[in-house]
Design a binder for this molecule. Sequence first.
Ligand SMILES: [Zn+2]
Length: 101
Amino acid sequence: MKRLTSAPNLALATLWADMLTHGGVPTRVQRAYASSIVGEVPFDQSLPELWVVNDEELEPARKLLHELRHPPHRHWACPACHEVIKGPFEQCWNCGAAMPV
Ligand SMILES: [Zn+2]
């Protein structure tokens, strides 16, 4: 197991771990219950952490997490109806055409 990152809270840690695991990188949340002892340990050592199960998957996990936290922001014009589409959509909301590649 290798430490990937810490998360600001348990809800986010659990969400990221779920998304990474479903994305093909098994990830576990560690120190999930340490927040109950906040005040006894330094704050930055009481945050839940994400650990990748397989050491060699640390780099893929970093990339995947970055993508999850920064979804691509697209801006494109539909080739069929010329509607301008903004946001993470790959399909025209107006006519259903696919985003041009
Ligand atoms: Zn369209």
